[in-house]
Design a protein around this ligand. Sequence first.
Ligand SMILES: Nc1ncnc2c1ncn2[C@@H]1O[C@H](COP(=O)(O)OP(=O)(O)O)[C@@H](O)[C@H]1O
Ligand SMILES: [Mg+2]
Length: 225
Amino acid sequence: MSDIIECRSLGFSYGDGNSKTSVLKNLDIRVKPNEKIAIIGQSGCGKSTLLNLLAGLDMPSEGEVLIDNVNISSLKERQRTELRAKHLGFVFQFHHLLNDFSAIYNTALPLIINHLDKNEALTKAENILKKVGLENRINHKPSELSGGERQRVAIARAMITEPSCLLADEPTGNLDEQNAKEVLDLIIELNSNQNTALLIVTHDLSIANRMSRQLDLTDGCLKEK
Ligand SMILES: Nc1ncnc2c1ncn2[C@@H]1O[C@H](COP(=O)(O)OP(=O)(O)O)[C@@H](O)[C@H]1O
Ligand SMILES: [Mg+2]
């Protein structure tokens, strides 16, 4: 089967001239269907930068990123957004939910944006919120939810489009130990049920050890552990 995400000789620098900071150098990664990969490294080593590049949210300074075999640099912004929406789901350290909307609307949003019938989208959102254990919270707004519950809504929103790969940037970084474990269990369970690949960025080795591959990011370079 072909790779969901691939990067070749990927390099990235912030700024230019005297203020140029090279963060990533000559990286190669291939994410295959169903694979569970952890990218580990110290704070500031470039994990979020790498994830944003693999997600097509930023453009490489050198090399290329392919999503579903399409070089993202060859696309216009709008096509890139569509490619991303079709194949990828995201969970960040901070939930990035819309504060004025209830859990069910936040979850249904990616489908509504994709022009799915609103009632159908809401029914799907309700079903996935049940799967993440929030059947009694569907009409709550983010401010009425705990940190762990907000991350569950963020996971439901990411998985509702049935992405081929979930990209997660320190998804449990803001949670206490118990909630962090529960949220990670949930991500792993949903990913197995939906046959989704998982690329998780973390500085926490106990999370990394639950993935099938661990890649260590140091000095801008990746090494298989
Ligand atoms: N917008 C930016 N402009 C300049 N430097 C940045 C910017 N964002 C991040 N950096 C720098 O790039 C490096 C990698 O950052 P980041 O990818 O956020 O690391 P991590 O996620 O591993 O903590 C850090 O040294 C950070 O200071
Ligand atoms: Mg980061």
